[in-house]
Ligand binder design. Structure first.
Ligand code: ZN
Length: 384
């Protein structure tokens, strides 16, 4: 197993360079208050170990050339993986948490875990080769999956959402392939962290709701940490009763769960869109077509789901008092009425003190929030 265990001063230097806070010896010395000779000694050693590299950089047009520090190859790289229902997105990242290069594989999670991993790992190999890197340069792997995760053991835990994956030791498989530590987390947590990384600390506490075939939430606390709860299952909000319908049976076998009445899957079921020739992607496409053509039944069903999601969100606002709520997933992208419906119920139903400075918005388009979150987790691990 590879490791970049660092003593305290090199770790501080690496963090400063990775975050862009300081990128020269003089700057590091000024900001840490440590003697230039001390910093110089450590930087020389770190360059020797390949953790840093030093290149001539010009400060402004007329400034005299100075030496700028950058991360070296030995500081390590992260492979970030975002397993979605029909695609897996991959990213190469480093201790800066930036997405250096990305790749995607079209593969359904209804395939067996070994079939999915074969394709994804082949794609990871291409990603590394394209960037002149080897497996040994990967010091951390972080995977995001659209299902509850046993975070401690890295085991996927839900047979309804990812059939055939229940109990599959994804973390162990990834760790063995790359010979590096691996982490597996729920996509709602990774998207919440990605949203925080994009928008900064002024948004905290931040609640990210993923409204898709299922309903999930990720909470980033006021001090910038993912709230996973005691067993890693926090945020599995699709089975809360707020916004639910007591007459409907949920995939968990209980009645009244909000996921059974207000998820995309629930709307598709209610409108009887699904047939034997169709898969989830087709179903969603058909629903989108009905909404676009102004079909009254589809419009009413989505509006009702938005109201129910608003009731759920209002309760979450009262419990967590977030500063920011970001809504993502196919459900919010169906029509503007979903965001409008959720907002109106929240501002009407939640405690006024909790909505006074509350912002509710859609996640930015074109941002791969789960990958950004996974890259951030990877960067923190590389710098620890
Ligand atoms: Zn349920």
């Amino acid at each position: 197993m590879k490791s970049t265990s660092l003593e305290l001063v090199p770790q501080i230097i690496l963090r400063m360079v990775a975050s862009g806070v300081a990128t020269s010896r003089a700057n590091i010395s000024r900001q840490t208050g440590m003697a230039r000779s001390t910093i110089g000694h450590h930087v020389d050693q770190m360059i020797g170990r390949g953790l840093l590299s030093e290149e001539t950089a010009r400060e402004g047009q007329r400034g005299r050339p100075s030496l700028g520090l950058r991360l070296g190859r030995s500081a390590g790289f992260t492979i970030a993986l975002d397993f979605e229902r029909s695609f897996t997105h991959l990213a190469l990242s480093d201790a800066t948490a930036a997405l250096l290069d990305t790749e995607e594989v079209r593969v359904s999670l209804s395939s067996s875990p070994t079939d999915v991993l074969d394709l994804v790992l082949a794609s990871a190999k291409e990603l590394l080769e394209r960037n002149g890197l080897l497996n040994e340069d990967v010091h951390q792997v972080v995977a995001s999956i659209p299902a509850p995760v046993d975070f401690v053991n890295g085991v996927t835990a839900h047979r309804y959402i990812m059939p055939g994956w229940e109990g599959f030791e994804l973390r162990r498989s990834l760790s063995a392939y790359f010979d590096a530590p691996a982490l597996v987390d729920n996509n709602a947590n990774m998207m919440a962290l990605g949203a925080f990384t994009e928008g900064g600390p002024a948004q905290l506490p931040l609640l990210h709701l993923h409204l898709s075939m299922g309903i999930g939430a990720g909470l980033i606390t006021a001090d910038g940490k993912i709230h996973r709860g005691a067993d890693g299952s926090a945020g599995d909000i699709g089975h809360l009763k707020a916004g639910g319908n007591r007459d409907l049976v949920c995939i968990c076998g209980k009645t009244g769960c909000v996921g059974a009445s207000a998820s995309l899957r629930a709307v598709i079921t209610q409108l009887r869109i699904h047939d034997e020739d169709s898969d989830e992607i087709n179903d969603e496409h058909r629903l989108r077509g009905l909404i676009k053509s102004g079909d009254p039944a589809a419009t009413a069903a989505v509006r009702d789901a938005a109201t129910r999601l608003g009731e759920l969100t209002a309760e979450l606002v009262d419990i967590f008092n977030p500063r920011t709520i970001i809504l993502g997933g196919e459900m919010v992208r169906l029509t503007d009425e979903v965001l409008a419906g959720i907002r109106s119920v929240v501002y009407r139903e939640a405690l006024p003190i909790a909505t006074r400075n509350l912002s509710i918005s859609m996640e930015p388009m074109g941002k791969q929030l789960a990958l950004l979150g996974a890259a951030k987790v990877g960067a923190l691990a590389l710098l620890s």
